[in-house]
Design a protein around this ligand. Structure first.
Ligand code: SF4
Ligand code: SF4
Length: 137
């Protein structure tokens, strides 16, 4: 199994450094690969990244919510969205994303489609080479 980062990821980058097997890679280009991606073949399911995420975006693969009820106000990042999001990341650097949408309280979302992109990212997408062009965003 593996852990999965869902669309609730807004690239705070708080999770990456704690991974003991360094299998969390920031997607690049951002507009195509908006989240941090976990290599399913390398993740050892230690769970260390889960409490580091201030946005509660990380789940074990078999616990990714298929009916997530929004609290209201949280943002999701997905290819094709156009909403603007700004915050300060784990390192005190600005986060600016223009591929987001703010959720309304009570909205129900299926995050299971977020599983496949993790496999795709490492099989047919940029994978670990994204580290070479990581601009810190
Ligand atoms: S800490 Fe959460 S929001 Fe930040 S990059 Fe990791 S998964 Fe995404
Ligand atoms: S569960 Fe552990 S090994 Fe897997 S991505 Fe998170 S920190 Fe890394």
């Amino acid at each position: 199994m593996t852990h999965i980062i869902t669309s609730l990821c807004v690239r705070d980058r708080g999770c990456i450094e704690v991974c003991p097997v360094e299998c969390m890679i920031a997607g690049q280009p951002l507009e195509e690969w908006p989240w941090i991606y976990i290599d399913p073949d390398t993740c050892i399911d230690c769970g260390a990244c889960v409490p580091e995420c201030p946005y509660s975006a990380i789940f074990p693969e078999d616990e990714v919510p298929s009916a997530y009820t929004a609290k209201g106000g949280e943002s999701i990042a997905q290819v094709g969205l156009t909403g603007h999001f700004e915050a300060v990341n784990h390192h005190g650097n600005p986060i600016v994303l223009d591929i987001t949408r703010q959720l309304e309280a009570g909205e129900v979302l299926d995050f299971t489609p977020d599983i496949k992109p993790h496999y795709d990212f490492f099989k047919t997408g940029p994978g670990y080479s994204a580290k070479d062009v990581d601009d810190g965003r």
